[in-house]
Design a protein around this ligand. Structure first.
Ligand SMILES: [Zn+2]
Ligand SMILES: [Zn+2]
Length: 164
């Protein structure tokens, strides 16, 4: 999605409202988007730089880390970025800024990168997910299997013998 920055690029204090949808259907990050990402936010010319504050919302398909089932969940994150014109980079480079050329800015990478860093480290279909049986692989959320998965502890073996 290319944003046209010309209405604000040269006027300090000028604001640009953003309300766009970006389709990330064919991304190579392994993220499964169930619908386009809605980006809502605002870009403000702070004199020398543009400040972007935005939120991105969509729905994603995840694979549960415990039971390996797929599940779908709404996703939202918000982020801020500082944008500067490429031709100011030589004079004073800001390591945190994103540089752009001309008066147009492709925000796809900015949005996708912010989504990636906001993804949960662990994806669980539910906090109570029981996962898979380590012996037979049965999904324990669906049905309890008959396996004995108690971890044997030699101290208890001694006790077992004692009571025999
Ligand atoms: Zn699960
Ligand atoms: Zn089992």
């Amino acid at each position: 999605m290319i944003l046209d920055l010309s209405p604000i690029a040269n006027i300090d204090g000028k604001k640009l409202d953003i309300d766009v949808e970006i389709d990330f259907d064919n991304n190579d990050m392994g993220i499964c988007f169930l619908k386009p990402v809605r980006v809502l936010g605002r870009m403000v010319n702070m004199g020398g730089s543009l400040e972007l504050s935005a939120s991105a919302s969509t729905a994603l398909r995840y694979t549960c880390d415990r039971c390996l089932e797929c599940f779908e969940r709404e996703f939202e994150c918000s982020f801020d970025e500082v944008l500067k014109k490429e031709d100011t980079r030589l004079e004073d480079e800001n390591p945190d800024a994103i540089y752009f050329q001309g008066n147009s800015l492709d925000i796809d990478d900015i949005v996708l990168n912010n989504i990636i860093v906001s993804l949960p480290l662990k994806s669980l279909c539910s906090e109570e997910c029981k996962g898979l049986c380590p012996k037979c692989g049965q999904n324990l959320n669906l049905e309890q299997c008959k396996c004995d998965t108690r971890v044997s502890d030699p101290r208890f073996d001694v006790l077992d013998k004692f009571f025999e």
